[in-house]
Design a protein around this ligand. Structure first.
Ligand SMILES: Cc1cc2nc3c(=O)[nH]c(=O)nc-3n(C[C@H](O)[C@H](O)[C@H](O)COP(=O)(O)OP(=O)(O)OC[C@H]3O[C@@H](n4cnc5c(N)ncnc54)[C@H](O)[C@@H]3O)c2cc1C
Length: 378
């Protein structure tokens, strides 16, 4: 570590690393400080003892419609095409999901049901609510009571630790329902995972950046030790301001890895029918992910990661999902106002903006931020 840099970058996630690489490419010096013991932030992946990939902080399915983002990341990795398929396990059966004509055929016990039958069912069942006031109403307005109770009610309660009626409508506003047989979970043009995993991609970005890196270090520890011209902050927004207005609410989860040796894996090589299975029932977990479905790895072994949602406790767990609602919106707006007035600091990424952002949005935003910083002397 030197004693002075152009930029001090807080966080070695996608936001921090992409900016370090871009700034490094025009000769600016960066120190990246990360309090975890690895780079890659929440997208970090590893291999289990059988050499099979798993995602440490929950599944990360890369997809994008942005040519810019895809071209940029493709400088650091090759890709494996991925078909992200999801089922729901409920009432002792697997159901095609997101809800589509196939699900409706199963649900109505009518294998010959047509798209028109399904549309007519939805038209009959959907509750006429023009402006849903909460998440339950938002779902009822699309699928009606029957499908809501079977597929969504329990899952939402477990995922958020509160009933759907206590959640902002925006949580489920983009409910994907396909009246045809389309089973795709996402519709983005490009859906793929880095061929060798996320970690080597992050290493390649870091190497290209020529930035110095300090792991297992809170940035506040280095403040007395280095001089810098500009701070780029991708940590939690409220923490930067010592939570002076109170803590921003988050939902979190624990991820339990189960390594599965040959004798625990059926002949076909998989323990569940698709990549992800959602559990809306009484199980204490919300989903299980068998990543081997999309990594292209061939093995007689497998692994499952089980997701147990939990209340977020600052300092004890990772902040995962911002909890949308009137109160948190107001609180976040107050912190954003402070951030706008903070001289010499750029706030980037999902935590510093207190917004749920997908990976491609974060990369796009980092490239955009670089365009603004490039023309300014730090
Ligand atoms: C459970 C879950 C599943 C997701 N699944 C998907 C998905 O399938 N597809 C998708 O596109 N996106 C997904 N995302 C979103 C994705 O994780 C984010 O878009 C991405 O991680 C954002 O990168 P970032 O750099 O902004 O934040 P982060 O990855 O969170 O990186 C911020 C880093 O800053 C560090 N830091 C914070 N404070 C300090 C400090 N004081 N000092 C030093 N370091 C600090 C943190 O340790 C962290 O490593 C998911 C997110 C979650 C939570």
């Amino acid at each position: 570590m030197r004693d002075s840099y152009d930029y001090l970058i807080v966080g070695a996630g996608l936001s921090g690393l992409v900016l370090a690489e871009r700034l490094g490419s025009i000769g600016r010096s960066c120190l990246v400080v990360e309090r975890r013991n690895h780079i890659g932030g929440n997208c970090h992946d590893r291999k289990d003892s059988n050499g099979l990939f798993f995602h440490v902080y929950g599944p990360h399915y890369f997809r994008t419609n942005s040519e810019l983002v895809r071209t940029y990341l493709s400088r650091f990795t090759e890709w494996n095409d991925a078909k992200y398929r999801v089922n729901v396990f409920a009432g002792g059966t697997y159901w095609s999901f997101p809800i589509n004509l196939g699900t409706f055929r199963q649900f109505s016990r009518n294998p010959a049901a047509t798209e028109d039958d399904f549309k007519a069912y939805l038209a009959r069942s959907a509750v006429p609510i023009a402006s849903p006031a909460n998440s339950k109403e938002a779902i009822l307005a699309v699928v009606g009571v029957e499908l809501y109770e079977f597929f969504y009610k329990g899952y939402t309660q477990k995922q958020w630790g509160r009933p759907a009626e206590a959640l902002d409508a925006s949580v489920t506003r983009r409910l994907p329902i396909h009246t045809g047989l389309d089973e795709r979970y996402f519709r983005d043009e490009f859906q793929a995972l880095p061929k060798l995993g996320y970690h080597p991609m992050f290493e390649a970005i870091l190497e290209a950046s020529k930035a110095d890196l300090r792991l297992e270090t809170d940035y506040r520890e280095v403040l007395p030790l280095v001089r810098y011209r500009h701070l780029i902050y991708s940590g939690p927004l409220d923490e930067y301001f010592d939570c002076r207005y109170g803590a921003l609410p988050y939902r979190t989860a624990r991820y339990a890895l189960e390594e599965l040796s040959e004798d625990k894996v059926p002949q076909g090589g998989f323990v569940q029918p698709v990549l992800q299975v959602n559990y809306p029932g009484p199980e204490p977990f919300t989903r299980t992910v068998e990543l081997k479905h999309v990594t292209g790895q061939v093995s007689r072994c497998s692994n499952l990661v089980r997701e147990f949602p939990a209340e977020y406790k600052p300092g004890e767990s990772d902040p995962n999902y911002p909890v949308p609602g009137a109160e948190s919106d107001t609180l976040a707006a107050r912190y954003r106002e402070l951030a706008e007035r903070e001289p010499g600091v750029t706030f980037i990424g999902r935590l510093a903006q207190y917004r749920y952002l997908n990976m491609d949005q974060v990369v796009g935003a980092a490239l955009h931020t670089f365009d603004k910083l490039r023309d300014r002397q730090p």
